[in-house]
Design a binder for this molecule. Structure first.
Ligand code: F6P
Length: 538
């Protein structure tokens, strides 16, 4: 165990029994523990820390040589050793005219060239010049993808829908991910094949979920048009992938492919061609603003000292809570309905990245790593799971995310509704921290009306929610995940854990066609037999 780690353990002991209501009494706590950068204010004053813990956490970052690790990431060194590659999502948001030389090539040139190609696609679709088989302009775009090829674009499109430029009027974006065809089957009942374009988004172009949806989509086009399959694929499919040869083999025309690179992880890919639905929704300028917001956070991450570096501080609070406060549940609570998909996006980002127990050296970690993340739009969650946060037995850390300004120039009622959301956000963070002490009248009450409080939280306040501030927010979490991985000594950029399930599923597809009893474990054999019986009865 390292020096700083031991100190933090001693501090955890020292602070045992000290309640957040006591810590919140310390002078100028908010001033000392709130930080501004890249369109965001991060308030850590409701974390169970004091000045000594803050200093010890910075010491830990120092001990783990975080500065070196950050440079390795941003310079394109191999930070994903199990797949022998860098993780260069930050290069995707570097502005034109800048330079990042990796293997003797300036990556920024390739990135900018792809953005130009994306612009062509977007312009053509917005101008009604991308036409389907009957000559009618495309008006419906269906993104088919899963995981990082779905959650990022879906989350951003939903969050920034009101930034839709006039040019995008008349183009509707839909998302299809689930392998069982639930979303697609509903859409195919509504859409007109003549005016529908499918975007096949898959880094590997080998994900069964996506290929199954794509196969159903092309069958639908063939059936409804009576036309040739190859021709329909060429007119009605765009491919976004890091494996263009597979997309071409599937039938997609080479000039309908947006390529990206294997150094872009799936859950870090919304900044690449995978962001095409975003650019179709908010226009290329909006997409570039999103990139610029993320780049502002990248620059801050690269340059700011540890004690005012937002991603580092957010990460260190997590380390303190998980490893020294024994908190293993993390709630993501946006107080803005536009961020409805943020919890699902962060679930993949954090849990697929840091849900690991083997360290770089192959040894099992003796520390706890990524907690269980979940979340919901805050005001709705108040009527669902906040009961557990307030009076349950589980310690939970929460992130509250809220814009200060919204609905400018809109109806007074909407402005009032935003104030209501803000008041509730502040109230919940306060009650979770203080418990009963948040009440002005603390008279006698029965035990079931008492609140223990002491649940830590961070508040991320955005001036407004717009492409730049959202870009910065997402990059904040990406870098937070990296910092935690460095401290835990794990690789956040691979996902071997999901591979085994895929292999076993392939095997079971055969077994469903032709079950042979005694092939698997008792539970699987039993269910295979039950399914077969139910299917035969029909
Ligand atoms: O199975 C997990 C995963 O590989 C994710 O990491 C990824 O975002 C998702 O599947 C989709 O992968 P692809 O973009 O290659 O279809």
């Amino acid at each position: 165990m390292s020096h700083a780690w031991n100190k933090l353990q001693a501090s955890a002991e020292r602070l045992r029994g000290v309640h957040l209501r006591d810590l919140l009494q310390s002078e100028q706590r908010f001033e000392k523990l709130s930080f501004n950068a890249a369109h965001l204010l991060l308030d850590l004053s409701r974390q169970r820390i004091d000045e000594q813990v803050f200093a010890e956490l910075l010491e830990l970052a120092n001990e783990r040589q975080l500065d070196k690790a950050i440079k390795s990431l941003l310079r394109g060194e191999i930070v994903n050793p199990t797949e022998n590659r860098p993780a260069l999502h930050s290069a995707l948001r570097m502005p034109a005219g800048t330079e990042l030389i990796v293997d003797k090539a300036n990556l920024v040139d390739g990135v900018q060239a792809t953005l130009e190609r994306m612009t062509d696609f977007v312009d053509k679709i917005h101008a009604g010049q991308w036409r389907g088989y009957s000559g009618r302009a495309i008006s419906e775009v269906v993104n088919i993808g899963v995981g990082g090829s779905d959650l990022g674009p879906l989350m951003v499109c939903e969050a920034l829908h009101e930034f839709k430029p006039q040019a995008a009027d008349g183009v509707n974006i839909h998302f299809v991910s689930s392998m069982d065809g639930s979303q697609l089957s509903n859409l195919l009942l509504e859409l007109n094949p003549e005016t529908t374009l499918f975007v096949l988004s898959s880094k590997s172009f080998g994900t069964l979920d996506t290929l199954a949806n794509a196969a159903t989509a092309i069958d639908w086009l063939v059936e409804r048009s009576g036309l040739n399959r190859e021709l329909l694929i060429q007119q009605h499919f765009i491919g976004v992938t890091a494996s263009p040869e597979k997309a071409i083999a599937w039938g997609i025309a080479e000039d309908s492919i947006l390529k990206f690179w294997d150094w872009t992880g799936g859950r870090y890919s919304l900044w690449s061609g995978i962001g095409l639905p975003i650019a179709l929704t908010i226009g290329m300028q909006g997409f570039r603003d999103l990139l610029a917001g993320a780049h502002a956070m990248d620059s801050h991450f690269a340059q700011a000292s540890y004690e005012e570096n937002l991603p580092i501080l957010l990460a260190l609070m997590g380390i303190w809570n998980i490893n020294f406060q024994d908190i293993h549940a993390h709630a993501i609570l946006p107080y803005d309905g536009r961020l409805a998909h943020l919890p699902a996006y962060l679930e993949q980002l954090e849990m697929e990245s840091n849900g690991k127990s083997v360290k770089h050296d192959g040894e099992l970690s003796d520390q706890r790593t990524c907690p269980i993340l979940w979340g919901e739009i805050g005001p709705n969650a108040q009527h669902a799971f906040y009961q557990l946060l307030h009076q349950g037995t589980e310690p939970v850390m929460s992130d509250f995310i809220v814009p200060a300004r919204r609905y400018e120039g809109r109806a007074a009622g909407l402005l009032e509704q935003h104030q209501l959301a803000l008041a509730n956000c502040l109230a919940q963070a306060r009650v979770l921290a203080l418990g009963d002490a948040a009440l002005k009248d603390d008279s006698e009450r029965p035990p079931w009306q008492r609140y223990a409080g002491n649940q830590p939280s961070s508040v991320i306040l955005m001036e407004t929610l717009n492409p730049a501030s959202l870009g910065s927010l997402i990059a904040l979490y990406e870098h937070k995940v990296y910092v935690q991985a460095v401290i835990w000594g794990i690789n956040p950029f691979d996902q071997w854990g999901v591979e085994l399930g895929k292999k076993v599923a392939n095997d079971l597809i055969e077994a469903l066609r032709q079950p042979v009893s005694g092939s698997y474990d008792q539970a699987t054999d039993g269910l295979l037999a039950a399914i077969q019986q139910l299917q035969e009865e029909n």
